[in-house]
Design a protein. Sequence first.
Length: 380
Amino acid sequence: MDPWLRPGPTAESVAAARRVSTLAAARADAQDRDDGFPAEDVADLAQAGLLAAPVPAEEGGAGLGEEPGAADLVAVLRLVGSGSLALGRLYEGHVNALQLVARYAAPAERHALFAEARAGHLFGVWNTEPPSDGLLLGADGRLSGVKTFASGAGHVTRALVTARRPGEARPLMLVVALEPGTRADLSAWRAQGMRASATGTVDLTGLAPVALLGGPDDYHRQPHFSGGAWRFAAVQLGGIEAVFEAWRGHLARTGRGADPHQLARLGEGAIALEGARLFVGRAAAVMAEGASAKGALPVERVVAFVDLARIAVERAGLEVLGLAQRSVGLQGFLRGHPLERLSRDLATYLRQPAPDRALTAAAATILAAEEPVAALWEAR
Ligand SMILES: Cc1cc2nc3c(=O)[nH]c(=O)nc-3n(C[C@H](O)[C@H](O)[C@H](O)COP(=O)(O)OP(=O)(O)OC[C@H]3O[C@@H](n4cnc5c(N)ncnc54)[C@H](O)[C@@H]3O)c2cc1C
């Protein structure tokens, strides 16, 4: 084959994600327990090179996410999410952490952390914390406090966490090294869905971080903070696809598909699904452009578009869930039916922070702009 016709490293990541997704889908029901975790699937991600793929090419990775429009990363996140939303959530956290390392770590730490990703460490980003007992970095360089809703608790071995110095409002970004099976409390994770994501409370008291990334509040720097929402929307898109396929399969299997009401619902569902797909692809491209050195789109426009996209995907997910449940009926609520767990996982993973704010902030940006609406998202 001519070398220029050979698939590039990020295209190979897409093929690998397809394989991992198929295996993960076959295992996902067995992992659907309060203390479940897709350990074999994470091992598959490592084996297939997908834990190393988001590492920049000059650091020995595939540079996944750096390709034009982040198109291959969209496909990888969607594929992994369609196989298992819990695995998709974990992989999205890993990708997010490595992108933050690439953006903010000093050269020596960047090199060391990327080497650890290549060696198979699972990274995560743990920002959420309770109103009291959030994470503090003391003058002695040690942490005190907890993180909540931390996916991969007890399994992630390199966690990027936000923590404040006492009396300081702006958080720092730190990386902590963790031993598997330590510091995690999953007792409160009695969730309807996403059970296998091991989303628990982690007590980091006494630990000294292995790296400090960037400066105060860099974690919230835009467009990356809000704009990065396209990645969870891509995983959600995979979950919507999986629900759609379970629904379509049910209609085909039961011979109920030719009924005009069922056909109309499936058509409505396909519109919602394909709309979500278009939004995710465009959001990733807008973000890639806005985050580039050229920065052709103003930061607030990038954030507004991604905010619209994440709400559009949430809405598509809710619509497909409702249509699928109406079409399949009670069968889809019985354990063992393909739709049952997929619906619980998607309904749970659609819950993301501050959806009202995302919608109204995007609307306010649109209201304040002077250009015609059709030109709002075009590079200047
Ligand atoms: C499976 C799963 C895994 C997760 N893993 C991680 C992880 O690894 N790391 C991590 O940091 N976090 C994680 N999270 C937590 C996640 O980042 C969010 O904190 C969580 O999803 C927020 O959902 P929520 O519905 O509680 O959002 P909320 O923002 O509380 O929204 C709930 C409702 O309240 C509204 N609302 C929000 N703020 C206000 C306000 N001030 N006043 C009035 N109304 C308001 C919203 O618009 C919405 O209608 C995970 C979540 C899930 C579901």
